[in-house]
Each structure stands twice: as C-alpha cells, then as structure tokens.
Design a protein around this ligand. Structure first.
Ligand SMILES: [Zn+2]
Length: 398
C-alpha cells in the first residue's frame, strides 16, 4: 500500500498545507520527502547547496485552478558538482507541470491558441511556446534520397505586403522548405541545402509568373520546368472570363434582365462544370446559348485544361495549335492578349505531358495555407506559422 497518495502525482513530495486563493484557485504547498537526485546524472545527492521556492501551475484539481509552491534544491553531486535536483514531473526551468504541458499540446491539435489559453487560464504566449516546441519535436525528418519532382509556390504574408515561398515534394506532398520572400535569392538556401541531390531533380512545377525558373535551372541541370495548370486557369479566369463578362454586361445596357444574368454569372463560369447543380448547369447553358462570346471563352477554358491531360508532348502541341487558332479567330481582345502572353511559356506547358504533376498538390497546399493563416491570424510569429504549414504536410510514404 502506498502511504502517501500524492506521491503518485508529485513524486518526491508530499502536501504540507493548502490555501484557498479565491476565484476558484487553490494553492498547495509541497515539501520534499527525501534527498534530492542530481539533475545531471541522477545519483542521490544528500548535500544541499541552496533551496529556492518555485510556484508552478499544475492541472486543475477537480474544479479548482491549482497552484503549487515547492522547494527546489541545488544539490552537490560528487560527480557533476552543484546541480539543480531532478524532479520527474517538472522540467528544469518550467513553471508548468509536465502533465499540464501535455494537455496544452493535446488541445492545440484541435483548437486555436486563444481558446486553449482561455480554457486553461494560461497566457497566449505560453500556449504558443508549448505548441511551437511540440511542432519542432514532431516534424518528420527530411530525406532527399528519393526526391525527384518538386512543386514551388508563393503566398502572401500579413495582408499581402510580404510574401513567402514554399517548396514541396510533388509525389509525397511533404512540405520541404518555407522561407520569406519570393525572389530567386529567397529560395536559394533550399537548393544549397539540397546540394548534390539537385542533380536527381527531373521536374519542378510552378506558376509561370514566378522568379523561380531561373534559380531552378541554375542549380538543377536535369530539371524540366513545368508550368502549373492551377495558376494558369486562375489567371484565365481573371484576365479573360472576368473581362469578357464585364464587356458583355456593358454592351447589354439596354436589356436589363440579360445584363443582370451576365453580371451574376461569374461563379457559374469559373466553377468546374462537375461541381454545378442541375439547376446551375441549366442556367449556364441558357447563358451560353444567348451569349456567344461567353460561350466561346468558357469552351476555351475547358480546352486549355486539356493541354495538361495529353498523353504526349506531341499531342499537347497539336492541341495548343488548335487552341491558339480558336483564340486568335475569336476577335475577343482579352482572349487574344492572354494567348499571346502564354505563348512564351509553351515549353513548360507541354512538359506537363512528360511530367504529369498533379495540380491538386499545389492547389491543396495553397488552400490549406489560407486556412492556417486564418487560424494563426495575429500570431506575428512567422517561424511558428511556417512550422504549422510544414506540420500540415508531413508527406505520405512512397
Ligand atoms: Zn551528478
């Protein structure tokens, strides 16, 4: 039989006295039950150099916030000299018992920091520090040996005034690296770290407007740059569909109902047809049968996507020729301009037939970063934000 129940929870200590602090808080004063052990080697060290009292938060005791007050000794170890004593349930400089730290970690997996802080009565910074240490500890190690294909992207930090770049393994979806900035210099540290493994990279997917392509070519002699479908289709939506839609709405100034239908069609035209309800699909068909230019840019959007689904660069090239002709013959200025701007990137588009990189990797990372940013709003700790992103993409084993 255990004679001292509290040794179960506070090994090496027993309760000396307790006091109500008000507002549902309780203070328990602990005293040591025996000699201290050396914090360095663990040997018993009966000789005490000095004793300090420490206030520590522990898990709530029933419905009370629990504060402990306990003596922590510095002991004279024959082997290590003067050392702080080892306490099994409390870290050396900690003011929180281990089990409270574990609870903070568990709650941070499912709740935003501010909720955890409020629930446990801890400061926001304390909770963040604990979660940050957990992320650093639990991040899977990087292994470049079987790395062949990369995806690179950029995203806005803090309301879009600053940017960061992210690099992931296209096959496992593991986020390998994140850094501030979106210039060539900003991503250089990644390739320097990759070192000799740069030679094994065969393809890198990216936005055609990024500065990354030259940096990739400078480091990875065997890599083909592949322009990503996700970004090009998004750009097509902004630069072609949106503008043609506004032009058409303006042209219909006399016909109010038709003008409203065109003005409200943005979402219908940008969504994938597969994601529309029957009712929405009917509205889309009606719109397209009434408005030839909108029908044209819509069909060319779908045709453009097909470029990324070709079995060979040759068939992709034939499809591009046909697409180019249709764009030029459309007479629609935004479409002609878009096609002309896209043409210099043709090589990187056709390369997608040789290296089909699933575009959902970039789209998925992009969307998840937005969610994490919303949850991490106001963190002002970029390192923590980056850790959260890496942690969200640990990679699937090959
Ligand atoms: Zn020692």
């Amino acid at each position: 039989m255990q004679s001292n129940l509290w040794e179960l929870f506070w090994e090496g200590y027993k309760i000396d006295s307790w006091q109500e602090l008000g507002e549902g808080a309780l203070r328990i004063r602990l005293v040591a039950t025996g000699d201290g052990a050396c914090g360095g080697c663990g040997a018993l060290a009966p000789q005490v150099h000095e004793t300090q009292w420490r206030r520590v938060r522990d898990l709530d005791l029933l419905d009370r916030r629990l504060w402990l007050e306990l003596p922590v000794r510095r002991v004279c170890c024959p082997r290590c000299g003067v050392k702080r004593e080892r306490i099994a349930w409390l870290g050396e400089h900690q003011r929180l018992a281990h089990r409270l730290v574990r609870q903070v970690e568990a709650l941070c997996r499912v709740l935003p920091i501010q909720h955890v802080a409020r629930h446990l009565g801890l400061s926001w910074h304390t909770v963040k520090r604990i979660d940050k240490a957990r992320l650093q500890r639990e991040l899977p190690p990087l292994d470049y040996r079987s790395l062949r294909r990369l995806v690179m992207d950029e995203f806005a930090l803090h309301k879009g005034h600053r940017y960061a770049s992210v690099i992931a393994d296209a096959e496992t979806r593991q986020v390998l690296w994140i850094g501030e900035g979106r210039s060539r210099e900003a991503v250089r540290p990644f390739f320097q770290e990759l070192g000799a493994h740069c030679a094994q990279i065969e393809a890198v997917a990216m936005d055609q407007n990024s500065a990354f392509d030259l940096e990739v070519k400078a480091h990875c002699p065997n890599a083909e740059v592949v322009y990503d479908l996700f970004h090009i289709v998004a750009k097509y939506g902004r630069e072609v569909i949106d503008r043609v839609r506004v032009d058409q709405a303006n042209a219909l100034r006399e016909d109010k109902p038709a003008r409203q239908a065109v003005k409200r069609s943005r979402w219908l035209l940008l969504r994938n047809r597969d994601n529309l309800s029957d009712d929405q699909a009917t509205r889309l068909d009606a719109l397209m049968s009434l408005n030839a230019p909108l029908a044209q840019v819509y069909i060319l959007k779908d045709q453009l996507k097909e470029l990324w689904r070709c079995p060979s660069p040759w068939s992709a090239y034939r499809l591009w020729r046909a697409w180019w002709r249709m764009a030029q013959q459309s007479g629609l200025k935004p479409l002609i301009a878009f096609a002309r701007k896209l043409k210099p990137y043709l090589r990187g588009i056709l390369a997608s037939a040789r290296f089909p990189l699933n575009t959902s990797v970039l789209e998925g990372i992009n969307n998840k970063i937005k969610v994490i940013k919303r949850m991490a709003y106001g963190y002002r700790d970029t390192e923590y934000f980056f850790l959260k992103i890496k942690y969200a993409f640990p990679g699937i084993r090959r």
